[in-house]
Design a protein around this ligand. Structure first.
Ligand code: PRX
Length: 657
C-alpha cells in the first residue's frame, strides 16, 4: 500500500466528485436546492415527484403523517389510485418492448444468461397473475414467495402486485421453521417455491423445506412449484401445483387491478431487538415513488445503463433495487443466482465485464472477503463500463472502501455508501454521484425529504451542534417509510416511536462531523448485523434454549474481520450435561435448522453462570465486552447477583484476537 493510501485508510479525506459526472441528475447546487425545497415544502416537492408514476386516479392529497406517540399515522398520496406492476411494466411497452428488463445470470457460468425483454416480462407476469387468480388468490390475500434468485421471483412479486395480492418473500436460506412462522403470521393463502436452489455449486432443497414447513400450517395453504433444476421432489396431489405448466396455458393478458396508494404492496419480515421477527408493511404509491427516485438519483441511473444489485430478493435491497426501483425506471436490471466466489473469486468482475455493468451495488462483507483473495481477481477483467459503485447493509470500513475505489472503480467511480433499512423502503443517507464529495466510511448526507436528527441516548434531547455523537432518529416522514407491522400497529409504535417521542428511531448509533456528514456507528439495540444480514440476538437465544440440553443462553455480536459482526453465544447447559466438542457442533447445527445458516453461532462459550442483576436481568453490556475481548473496563459489576461468574467467563473467553 502506498503511504497516501495508508493515510486515507485511517484519515477520512474528502474525495471530490470525479470527472465525467457533469450531466448527472444532480450536482451539488441542485442537490442543495432540491433538498431545501423537500424539507420546506414536502407537499409541493413530493406532489411533483409523485408524477414520476402513472396514476389511474391522480392524488389530490400528498402528505398526511403524524409521528405523535399513540397516534402514529403515515399516509402518502392517499386518495391516488395506481397499479405497481403497470408502472413497472406496461407503461414502458410503447417505447421499451424489446429492451432487456432483466438479465438473469445463472449460478453456473456455463449456463447461458437470459435476456428478458419488457414484452417477455409482461407476458410472464400476466400469465403468472392469471395462475394466481385461478388458484383463488384475491386482492389483499397474502402470498409467500420462497424462491431462488431466478426470474420467476420477480414475476411472482409483480404478479401479486398486478392483482392486488400482498407478497411476503422469505429468503431461501431460511429454515422450514422460519418459513412456517412467516406463512402463519401473515396468514398466507399459498406459497410459491422451486424444486431446488443452486448456489455456489450446491443445492438448497427448497421444496422439501416447504413440505416440512407446511406440516405446521393450515392444510388449506397451496404450494406452487417452479420446476427449476428438475431435481426429484416429493409431490402432494391436491396441494402442489406445477407453476410453469399452468403458466404455459394461461393467458398472457391480465388487466392490472386499480389499487389505492395506501394498499399494502408487500410484507417483509425482519429481526427486531426482542421477540419474533416483525412483518414490516410497505404500501404501493409512496414506496414506489421513493424506490424509483432513489434508484435514479443515488446511482445516477441513465437510460441504457445496466444496473446490478447483488443482493437477494429475500431482503429489502432486492425488493427496492433489483425489482421495483429499476423496473419503475424502465431500467435493465441483473438477477444473479450465484455467489461472489463461485466458481472462483473473480465471478463478480467476470459478470460485470460480460454484461457491461454500469452501476454495481454490493455489501461490505463481500468486498472484504474478495479483498482477502487479492486484487489479481479483479484485474483479470475489463471493468471499464463501471460508472458508480454502491455499498449497503453495514458500515463500510475505510480499508474496504479504499480497496473498492482503487481496484474496482480505478479511482474514477464515485462510491455511494447508502444507509437505510427494511423499514425505510429506500436510501436515507447517501452520497449522490455528481453532487457529493465522499469520505471513506461515511454515508455522507441525507436524501431528499429525509430529516435526520442525532439525539442524546440518555436524555433523548436533540443534539444541536453540527459535531455530535448519539443515536440516529428521523423527525418527519418520507414516502418510502413503512406504515405498520403486519397485524400489530401497537408494536410498530412501541418499537419505532416509543423510545424517543416524536421521532422515528432507527436503532443505530451515529456521529455527525464538522461538515455535517453522518457516520453510522452500528446498532445500539440487540440487533446484530452478520454479513449485512440482520439478526435479532433474542431469536438465536430462543433457538438455543429450545435444545433439550440447554438451560440458558445469551447471544451478542463481536467484531469479525469479514462478516462485520459474528455471533457469540454463551450457553449454560442443563444440570448433569457435560460440555463437549460434539455438543458444540450439534448446537450450531441445531440453530441452522431452527432459523437458517445465517444464524449459526461463530463462537459458543460454555457458561456455568451468566452475569445477572439481583432481579434476574442478564447484563449484556458485560457479555458484549468479554466477547469483544475488551474486559478491562467492565464498569460496575457490584450489582450482580454473583459477581464471580464474570471472572470465569473472562478466563474461558473464546475471542482472544
Ligand atoms: O445498522 C444499519 C445497517 O443495517 C441496518 C438495517 O438492516 P436491514 O433492515 O436488514 O437493511 C439492510 C439493507 C438496507 C441498519 O439499521 N446498515 C444498512 N446500511 C448501512 C448500515 N450501516 C452503516 N452503513 C450503511 N450504509
Amino acid at each position: 500500500m502506498t503511504a497516501a493510501l495508508e493515510q486515507s485508510a485511517t484519515q477520512p479525506e474528502l474525495r471530490e466528485v470525479p470527472a465525467g459526472f457533469e450531466n448527472a441528475h444532480a450536482d451539488l447546487t441542485k442537490y442543495r436546492a432540491m433538498y431545501a425545497e423537500s424539507i420546506a415544502d414536502p407537499d409541493g416537492f413530493w406532489g411533483r415527484e409523485g408524477q414520476r408514476l402513472d396514476w389511474i386516479k391522480p392524488y389530490t392529497k400528498v402528505k398526511n403523517t403524524d409521528f405523535t406517540f399513540g397516534q402514529v399515522n403515515i399516509k402518502w398520496f392517499e386518495d391516488g389510485v395506481l397499479n405497481v406492476a403497470y408502472n413497472c411494466i406496461d407503461r414502458h411497452l410503447p417505447t421499451r418492448a424489446n429492451q432487456t428488463a432483466i438479465i438473469f445470470e445463472p449460478d453456473d457460468p456455463a449456463t447461458p444468461a437470459q435476456h428478458i425483454t419488457y414484452r417477455q416480462l409482461s407476458e410472464n407476469v400476466n400469465r403468472m397473475a392469471n395462475v394466481l387468480l385461478s388458484q383463488g388468490v384475491m386482492r389483499g390475500d397474502r402470498v409467500v414467495i420462497y424462491l431462488p434468485m431466478i426470474p420467476e421471483a420477480a414475476y411472482a412479486m409483480l404478479a401479486c402486485a398486478r392483482i392486488g395480492a400482498i407478497h411476503s418473500i422469505v429468503f431461501a436460506g431460511f429454515s422450514p421453521d422460519a418459513l412456517a412462522n412467516r406463512i402463519n403470521d401473515c396468514g398466507a393463502k399459498l406459497v410459491i417455491t422451486a424444486d431446488t436452489a443452486p448456489r455456489g455449486g450446491r443445492r438448497t432443497p427448497l421444496k422439501s423445506n416447504t413440505d416440512a414447513a407446511l406440516l405446521h400450517c393450515s392444510d388449506k395453504v397451496r404450494c406452487l412449484v417452479v420446476k427449476h433444476t428438475g431435481d426429484q421432489i416429493h409431490w402432494m396431489q391436491g396441494r402442489d401445483v406445477d407453476l410453469k405448466a399452468l403458466m404455459e396455458h394461461a393467458s398472457p393478458e391480465c388487466p392490472p387491478r386499480p389499487m389505492g396508494a395506501e394498499d399494502p404492496l408487500f410484507i417483509l419480515y425482519t429481526s427486531g431487538s426482542t421477540g419474533k421477527p416483525k412483518g414490516v408493511v410497505h404500501t404501493s404509491g409512496g414506496y414506489l415513488v421513493y424506490a424509483s427516485m432513489t434508484h435514479q438519483y443515488t446511482f445516477d441511473y441513465q437510460d441504457g445503463d445496466v444496473f446490478w444489485c447483488t443482493a437477494d430478493v429475500g431482503w429489502v435491497t432486492g425488493h427496492s433495487y433489483i425489482v421495483y426501483g429499476p423496473l419503475a425506471n424502465g431500467a435493465t436490471t441483473i438477477m444473479f443466482e450465484g455467489v461472489p466466489t463461485y466458481p472462483d473469486a473473480g465471478r463478480f468482475w467476470e459478470v460485470c465485464a460480460k454484461h457491461k455493468v454500469t452501476q454495481f451495488y454490493t455489501a461490505p462483507t463481500a468486498i472484504r472477503s474478495l479483498m482477502g483473495q487479492g486484487p489479481e481477481w479483479v484485474e483479470k477483467h475489463d471493468l471499464s463500463s463501471l460508472r458508480v459503485l454502491g455499498s449497503v447493509g453495514e458500515p463500510i470500513n475505510p480499508e474496504a472502501w479504499v480497496w473498492y475505489d482503487r481496484h474496482v472503480g480505478k479511482g474514477r467511480c464515485p462510491i455511494v455508501d447508502t444507509f437505510w433499512q427494511t423499514e425505510t423502503g429506500g436510501h436515507m443517507i447517501t452520497p449522490l454521484p455528481g453532487a457529493t464529495a465522499t469520505k471513506p466510511g461515511s454515508a455522507t448526507t441525507p436524501f431528499f425529504g429525509v430529516k435526520p436528527v442525532v439525539l442524546d441516548p440518555q436524555t433523548g434531547r436533540r443534539i444541536g451542534e453540527t459535531e455530535c455523537d448519539g443515536v440516529l432518529c428521523v423527525s418527519d416522514s418520507w414516502p418510502g417509510q413503512m406504515r405498520t407491522l403486519w397485524g400489530d400497529h401497537e408494536r410498530f409504535q412501541e418499537a419505532y416511536f416509543g423510545q424517543y417521542r416524536g421521532y422515528y428511531f432507527t436503532g443505530d448509533g451515529c456521529r455527525r462531523d464538522a461538515d455535517g456528514y453522518y457516520w453510522i456507528t452500528g446498532r445500539v439495540d440487540d440487533v446484530i448485523n452478520v454479513s449485512g444480514h440482520r439478526m435479532g440476538t433474542a431469536e438465536v437465544e430462543s433457538a438455543l434454549v429450545a435444545h433439550a440440553q440447554v438451560a440458558e443462553a445469551a447471544v451478542v455480536g463481536y467484531p469479525h474481520d469479514i462478516k462485520g459482526q459474528g455471533i457469540y453465544a454463551y450457553v449454560t447447559l442443563m444440570n448433569g450435561v457435560e460440555p463437549s466438542e460434539e455438543l458444540r457442533k450439534d448446537l450450531v447445527k441445531w440453530v441452522r435448522t431452527e432459523i437458517g445458516p445465517i444464524a449459526s453461532p461463530d463462537l459458543i462459550q460454555w457458561a456455568p453462570g451468566l452475569p445477572k442483576t439481583r432481579s434476574g436481568k442478564i447484563m449484556r453490556r458485560i457479555l458484549r465486552k468479554i466477547a469483544e475481548n475488551d474486559f478491562g473496563s467492565l464498569g460496575d459489576i457490584s450489582t450482580l447477583a454473583d459477581p464471580s461468574v464474570v471472572q470465569d467467563l473472562i478466563d474461558n473467553r473464546m475471542n482472544r484476537g
